[in-house]
Design a protein around this ligand. Structure first.
Ligand SMILES: NC(=O)c1ccc[n+]([C@@H]2O[C@H](COP(=O)([O-])OP(=O)(O)OC[C@H]3O[C@@H](n4cnc5c(N)ncnc54)[C@H](O)[C@@H]3O)[C@@H](O)[C@H]2O)c1
Length: 463
């Protein structure tokens, strides 16, 4: 099939590479020409395991190409994905300006040579499908005022559907090939059929998996959910809100565990074994971050406000998460008494391991808070140091090349991101070079016994 994907970020790029791998002809479009030039050479502008190699392979088959022209890409394609950013605005609403620009440009480029399906893959509030349709029509009309294109027979036919994306950064390619479900929101039979044909190799798991991303043994087919536009849009927000809620729930319990002398890891394990609850997303710690959870819950709250509908659970989910970021600072204060003049090392910066994404990363607010309190802050992240420096030039942090350099002279270290390498840290050496060998494990992830054996004063969360 002829597909174009507008927006070559985390979602757009992964979608483009995967669809090309499945044999479709894909044009990945982006407004950032510098990004496009790198991509053409297989250089991915962010860290996503395996994506660079995968991209190079898709480019070499000739099925994946790049363009900065929405006009040309749309004309060649039958399915047009919108995968641009929808970042949060200060009031919590998502900024839909990128979607707006792209929708109008698509309308401007549409012609009557084929019936097309426009797919909203960006995470957008309920009602955006209808809104995008209106914008596309405006784009169409802007061309149809030109007399030569004004005939009714020339009117482009298209429908807009929603196809929310559930991939996780760090495992984005595997999530695209082996998702828990594919959701398509449309009441147009043509669009539903076309999308099903596009995704058929994934739904039936009939494709030959890439060597480095083998098919998990228990996966034989993928549920394909076709629903109305509004429900599809809400599924995405509700899924993220529920996952964030689970983490916030575990965090709320972790505080109670500390008071009552219980261990949150045991409590989470005990409740997670109940199949109705499930074991995932019950890890207590400094809370969630990233580009999606906070943004999507806030957007959901804003949507509810339009209907004057109360969202106490969503608001509490955010409040608990915010509180959790100061829990590690409180623990530092309890141990060190005075923060002013201390040197604190942050182990990890990215919002989670296997990505260099720093959007809404707890590390940034924790670093800011510590600096404000008069501490010297050092940091080491296996992949995000540079990104952090670039994105936060005013953040007064000393970046280190490895965990030992980080530990040198520290009065305490905070585990912020549960990178695998931190689990295998050389605690003996770390304890030797720290000023005071205090480690606060903000993710309850380190091997406590080994660390203590080598002289570390270990503190976890919720135990
Ligand atoms: N990142 C994730 O893990 C994730 C997961 C699921 C859903 N989502 C959603 O998917 C959407 C995209 O997220 P992302 O993380 O890939 O964003 P991103 O910021 O990484 O990428 C967006 C891309 O769109 C490009 N762009 C912006 N305006 C454009 C225009 N007018 N024409 C062409 N290109 C344009 C930008 O240059 C950028 O490369 C968002 O709505 C997000 O909420 C993201």
């Amino acid at each position: 099939m002829d597909v174009c994907v507008i927006g070559a970020g985390y979602v757009g790029l992964v979608t483009s590479a995967c669809l090309a791998f499945l044999g479709n002809t894909v044009i990945a479009v982006d407004a950032n020409t510098a990004r496009l030039e790198s991509l053409k050479r297989g250089i991915v502008p962010f860290f996503e395991p395996g994506l660079s190699e995968f991209l190079t392979e898709s480019i070499s088959t000739g099925l994946l190409t790049f363009s900065d022209s929405i006009e040309q890409a749309v004309k060649k394609s039958q399915i047009i994905f919108i995968a641009v950013g929808t970042p949060p605005m200060p009031n919590g609403e998502p900024d839909l300006s990128q979607v707006m620009t792209v929708a109008r440009a698509i309308g401007h480029a549409l012609d009557s040579t084929k019936r097309r399906v426009i797919v909203n893959k960006s995470t957008v509030p309920v009602g955006s499908g209808n809104w995008v349709e209106m914008l596309v029509k405006q784009g169409v009309q802007s061309v149809q005022t030109v007399p030569a294109r004004a005939s009714k027979a020339d009117a482009p036919t298209f429908s807009v559907c929603s196809n929310p994306e559930f991939l996780r950064e760090g495992s984005a390619i595997a999530d695209s090939f082996y998702p828990d479900r594919i959701v398509v929101g449309t009441t147009d039979e043509f669009a539903a059929d076309l999308m099903k044909t596009l995704y058929k190799p994934i739904i039936n798991q009939s494709f030959e998996p890439p060597i480095f991303i083998p098919r998990p043994h228990d996966i034989t087919s993928i549920p394909y959910v076709v629903t109305d536009l509004a429900s599809a849009e809400l599924i995405k927000y509700a899924a993220n809100a529920f996952l964030a809620l689970k983490i916030s729930f575990a965090n709320e319990m972790s505080g109670l565990c500390e008071k009552a002398g219980a261990d949150i890891r045991e409590v989470s394990r005990g409740i997670g074994l109940d199949r109705r609850i499930g074991k995932y997303f019950l890890n207590a710690g400094i809370g969630w971050g990233g580009s999606c959870f906070g943004k999507d819950i806030n957007a959901l709250i804003q949507v509810a406000k339009e209907y004057n509908y109360p969202t106490s659970l969503l608001e509490a989910t955010i409040a608990v998460n915010q509180r959790q970021r100061s829990v590690v600072i409180k623990k530092l204060q309890d141990e060190l008494k005075i923060i002013k003049g201390r040197t604190i090392g942050l182990m990890g910066l990215s919002f989670k391991p296997d990505t260099d994404d720093l959007r809404d990363a707890p590390s940034i607010s924790i670093a800011q808070q510590l600096i404000k309190m008069g501490a010297t802050v050092k940091a080491y992240d296996p992949v995000s140091n540079e990104n952090c420096q670039t994105l936060n030039p005013d953040l007064d942090v000393i970046y280190c090349k490895d965990v030992i350099e980080l530990a040198h002279g520290c009065d305490a270290m905070l585990l912020i991101t549960e990178w695998e390498e931190f689990r295998h840290a050389n605690w003996q050496e770390i304890a030797k070079v720290m000023n005071c060998p205090l480690v606060i494990d903000g993710r309850n992830t380190l091997d406590e016994a080994t660390a203590i054996k080598h002289g570390i004063i270990y503190r976890g969360i919720g135990r």
